[in-house]
Design a protein around this ligand. Structure first.
Ligand SMILES: [Zn+2]
Length: 291
């Protein structure tokens, strides 16, 4: 191939010399932020970057929840062995989404994997990179290990058709992932969501006995945060329906809906237009305008 000559060649050389140092200085990928913190009693919270799960230490072994991904799960397994010197006996998935439950196979040597029946179906169908649940339930299940109890409840469809509440009665903590954001808007354009079932499902959580709400992202909350989250979704639904029924467009909805009461919440600027878009899609699917 002929070498470029003239001014063009000079530009090429200049570009190469400018790019080389930048490439050499490119930072290595950041190590994940991982941590284990005590929530209360024998219940701990596990963080992997922006994702969280919980695990419960009993005299006869550990009940773990979302593994998050295989690397995170290997780290967690090692930490549990070092700190508590006992095996993980159960692994419970919050719902089927891969960003929370990948890597379950890491615990499969000692743990029974548990999830909602619908989660098992989707994990198989979508080939989620994780262990397929061996034990499933449809409404409720109680796990007992080392004299400790964990209550698993299905509260209806919300963010997925298989999200469950994992409750620790002695610690008065409920772990619920992605469908009750704490002081934060819902995730992006409400993927895999069901309306108004989602709102009804949070009402069922409000009936449960607990003080601390442990979400799958962001800080811990309380039952009051569940109430506020349900009110936000209900307000979003009401406002989007009103714009649609006025014969206006999605762009109008994004311009006019501010839900200013929630502007101090996490992801308000970023997720509000997306939340409106997601709700608009559902509203459009569920109404027929007059001709
Ligand atoms: Zn999810």
């Amino acid at each position: 191939m002929a070498r470029p000559t003239g001014p063009f060649a000079a530009i090429l050389l200049l570009s190469a010399s400018m790019l080389a140092p930048a490439a050499a200085q490119a930072p290595a990928p950041a190590a994940p932020t991982r941590a284990i913190t005590q929530i209360t009693g024998d219940l701990y919270r596990f963080q992997n970057n922006f994702h969280y799960s919980v695990f419960y230490v009993t005299p006869e072994g550990v009940i773990a929840t979302d593994p998050i991904n295989a690397d995170a799960a290997r780290w967690l397994k090692d930490e549990i062995a070092k700190r508590f010197n006992r095996p993980v006996r159960y692994l419970v998935y919050s719902h089927d989404h891969a960003d929370h439950i990948s890597g379950g196979e890491v615990f499969a040597d000692t743990a029974v994997v548990v999830a909602h029946e619908n989660a098992r179906r989707t994990i198989i169908a979508e080939r989620r990179p994780t262990a397929v649940p061996a034990v499933t339930f449809t409404d409720r299940m109680t796990l007992v290990l080392g004299g400790r109890t964990v209550e698993l409840s299905y509260v209806g469809r919300n963010h997925s058709d298989n999200s469950i509440v994992i409750r620790f009665p002695a610690e008065r903590v409920a772990f619920a992932v992605d469908f009750i954001p704490v002081k934060s808007l819902a995730f992006r354009a409400l993927p895999d969501s069901y309306w108004p079932d989602w709102i009804d499902s949070i009402r069922r959580v409000e009936q449960m006995d607990f003080d601390i709400l442990a979400p799958g992202r962001g800080p811990l909350g309380s039952k009051a945060d569940a109430v506020a989250s349900r009110e936000y979704l209900s307000d979003l639904w009401t406002e989007v329906v009103a714009v649609a029924r006025a014969g206006r467009t999605l762009d109008d909805a994004k311009q006019s809906i501010k839900l200013a009461k929630y502007q101090g919440w996490g992801q308000y600027e970023q997720f509000l237009p997306l939340n409106i878009e997601g709700m608009w899609r559902h509203v459009a699917n569920q109404r027929v305008p007059n001709p």
